[in-house]
Design a protein around this ligand. Sequence first.
Ligand code: SF4
Ligand code: SF4
Ligand code: SF4
Length: 326
Amino acid sequence: MVIEILGEALKLMVLAGLTIAGILVILIWKKGLATRVTYLRFVIQAAALATFFYIFTYPIWLLIMLIVILAMSIVFGRFFCGWLCPFGLYMDLITVARKALKIRHRDLPDRLNKFLHNLRYVLLLVFLLLPAVLLLMDPLPSVQLGIVLAEVLGGPFKPMNILLGPIIPLIVPWAGPLVIGDVNFSYPYVQDIIGYTNGIYATIFPLIFVVLTVVGSFAIRRVWCRFCPTGASLAVVNRFKGFKWAPALHLEKDEEKCTKCGICKRVCSVQVTDVYEQKGGKIDTSMCMLCLRCVEMCPYEGCLKLKIGGKTIFKSRNWLKPSDSD
Ligand code: SF4
Ligand code: SF4
Ligand code: SF4
């Protein structure tokens, strides 16, 4: 009974938090304070985390959730990665802690970064093809599409769970791998790793993953995003011919205003170099998570723009020029 009351209270708090976050976002945007994109992003990331927790309190069909996230990417590109992904938020918070300690991050060599970026597509292919390979090795007695699909998605190797791994909240409304008091804790991918291991390895491997990603994100910004198959699947659509218009939400650069100061390259947490290198026009890289940090920090008015279709919804400002109130 007490647990049920606490659960209901928690849901109400999440709803209240979402409402406050929504009001804050509107206020920040309306008051023209959106140049502080970093703060705005944290508010939205926190609201998204609360939303995922709330969604998970209901029995939901995970496939629907995955389809919605993937479909979003056709219009919004990797906006999910930049603004909504809970694992992205955890890594960003670790970055905040590192900055508070005044420790500088490490950058990967550009060639290695691009190599890892392409490797994610190979990982994605492996995750998607393995169930099919397992099925070929051990065929089902029936070839009915529904049964085959259920086996591919929910069988011994669960690509859907892996793809949804980054959205796992730290506190989960189900029996998590770590229970303190009545609260269940989890971490992205940990329950999948436990599912594939047993005995002492079911403790050691998840611990190694947690330590590697926490320490890794402390040293290298958004470290897991360099490997993440979900990020690759969100970016996959604009790699196909005929989908060059996608995503409709994209960055654009005005080459004439660019002074090659290099700020956009330095502030990008996943080390996208295309904004700096490309000769104007639509920034055409699937590495970009549309976090807008480069637009916020580019010091030339209108040099970088966030556009949806042909409409500019956010642009860089000349923050080097003292404001009238200074
Ligand atoms: S790449 Fe993966 S972990 Fe990073 S933000 Fe995107 S979905 Fe989240
Ligand atoms: S920050 Fe702006 S001006 Fe500087 S290199 Fe990047 S796009 Fe060009
Ligand atoms: S290129 Fe700009 S918008 Fe894209 S991920 Fe880097 S900083 Fe964010």
